[in-house]
Design a protein around this ligand. Structure first.
Ligand SMILES: *Cc1c(COP(=O)(O)O)cnc(C)c1O
Length: 483
């Protein structure tokens, strides 16, 4: 059977081309041929532009509104980083280009970025070497735990468990479990941080290591962090630092100095670069000197002649964890961000992020319950007051009402150890005016909860889709997209 190209493109919209050289018949096995013609959209450029412009206006993002989504560090992404990431010399690189000779002219710059990023991140974290390959924080966690497992294998250690705090991000226990470890949960103490006395009781020869973010998901710094790392080391375990909250301490303190052996960073959180809705991300993993040999292949090295190259000859490596070099464009944006801010600028990031979070906590503590009412780091966790709850107003209602007032809701119902949690992370990039407007909206919601609580349960009213039945939607994803 022969496929005959139809020449029935509407002349009104089609651009006439000289198709005299185009063959009109080709032989394709009839099994592969469709029986009816494809319903391809026939649209003018204007229709397409209007469609996508309308879609882009439905977008809610950091460039349009305040986005205090706790633990996600949704900071503003400077456009200069976007600009440089779109330079053709970077954006058009193909990962299979050769590193040296002819192709080297094209790839040496990119390799230099990865090489120097490694140096920056070592300095920022106190680690001895990094891989840029992991595609996100969770991917970094898995890479890190695989390195932990490789370490124990190399020493003949028979270890079975990984300790994780009860306030942990869900990816921590998931990563440890995927790597084959049993996850043991460590309780928090009365101050909302990992209980050092519980760790004392729980460390034994079975313990391969610990996973911890510090400050934790309550925005609280653990004053016993060094002691906890020492306890883990006392049984030849390794301490893993989940760097998602690095924004709170970047430039001020280093996880390597606390005693951590392995860290991942979320470049898409701490070092700007746009993210949300699942990507794009980059989760470099750094390790102390004794673990460098286990890092994934490949690593960028600098040769004696000053050229950069990818090194694959790493016999102890855990192997490949991603194709090519990770999300290079995200690494590049973070590289620009770090160079732009410099050492002093990075310190100010942490200082202002912490100041903004405490400003919100101090202003809202009379209207909402504060889980642990003391100085926090980059985020604070609030809950509706008892009066609000008695009136049937829950964290989800506050979140939905905020949408109607032009704010992205905070992270809600996480961390799970706080009932009705609303985790608010303003970041350092917001102005006092924006933060004040958010505070005012939160106070207004608390007031409405006293007088007209039913109004809050009807939110959101300004979105194309109204509030779905949350329980039903969790069980049946189609419901979430009705209307
Ligand atoms: C975001 C986050 C992660 C996971 O990082 P991804 O880049 O989203 O995979 C892990 N831990 C904490 C505390 C986080 O906030």
């Amino acid at each position: 059977m022969k496929l005959v190209f139809e020449k029935s493109v509407p002349q009104r919209r089609a651009i006439r081309i000289d198709d005299s050289d185009v063959p009109t018949t080709i032989n394709i096995n009839s099994d592969f041929l469709r029986e009816t013609s494809a319903e391809l959209p026939e649209l003018s450029e204007l229709d397409v532009i209007r469609h996508f412009t309308a879609l882009s206006r439905m977008n809610f993002g950091v460039d349009t509104n305040f986005y205090p989504l706790g633990s996600c560090t949704m900071k503003y992404n400077p456009k200069v980083a976007e600009r440089i990431a779109s330079y053709p010399g970077f954006a058009h690189l193909h990962p299979l280009l050769p590193q040296l000779r002819m192709g080297g002219m094209l790839t040496q710059g990119a390799l230099q970025v990865i090489y120097e990023m490694d140096i920056f991140l070592r300095e920022i974290t106190g680690m001895a070497g990094f891989t840029m390959q992991p595609m996100a924080g969770a991917h970094g966690e898995l890479t890190g735990i695989m390195i932990m497992a490789a370490y124990h294998r190399s020493k003949g250690n028979k270890k079975t468990t990984v300790l994780v705090p009860d306030s942990a991000h869900g990816t921590n226990p998931a990563s440890a479990a995927i790597a084959g470890y049993k996850v043991v949960q460590v309780p928090s103490d009365d101050n909302g941080v990992m209980d050092v006395n519980a760790v004392k009781k729980m460390v034994n020869d079975e313990v391969a290591g610990l996973m911890l973010t510090c400050p934790n998901t309550l925005g609280l710094f653990n004053p016993h962090i060094k002691e906890i790392c020492d306890l883990i080391h006392s049984v030849d375990g390794l301490a893993y630092y989940d760097g998602a909250n690095l924004n709170a301490i970047v430039g001020k303190a280093r996880p390597g100095d606390f005693g951590f052996d392995i860290v991942h960073l979320n470049l898409h959180k701490t070092f700007a670069t746009p993210h949300g809705g699942g990507g794009p991300g980059s989760g470099p993993v750094g390790v102390k000197e004794n673990l460098v040999d286990f890092l994934p292949v490949s690593i960028v090295i600098k040769r004696d002649d000053g050229t950069y190259a990818l090194e694959y000859d790493r016999p102890k490596s855990i192997g490949y964890i991603a194709p090519f070099y990770g999300n290079f464009a995200i690494v590049l944006r973070a590289y620009v961000y770090i160079l732009m801010l410099g050492k002093e600028g990075l310190k100010e990031v942490a200082e202002n992020a912490v100041l903004n979070a405490n400003y919100i906590r101090a202003k809202l503590c009379r209207h909402y319950k504060v889980a642990f009412d003391r100085v926090c780091k980059h985020e604070c966790v609030l809950s509706p007051s008892d009066e609000m709850l008695e009136n049937g107003v829950h964290a989800i209602d506050v979140a939905k009402a905020l949408i109607d007032m032009g704010f992205h809701p905070p992270t809600v119902y996480f961390p799970t150890i706080v009932k009705e949690a609303m985790m608010i992370e303003p970041t350092e990039t917001e102005s006092k005016e924006t933060i004040d407007a958010f505070i005012e909206a939160m106070i207004e919601i608390a007031e409405i909860a006293k007088t007209k609580p039913e109004k809050l349960r009807e939110s959101p009213k300004t979105t194309p889709v109204s509030r779905p039945d949350e329980t039903a939607a969790a069980k049946n994803l189609d419901i979430a997209f009705l209307e």
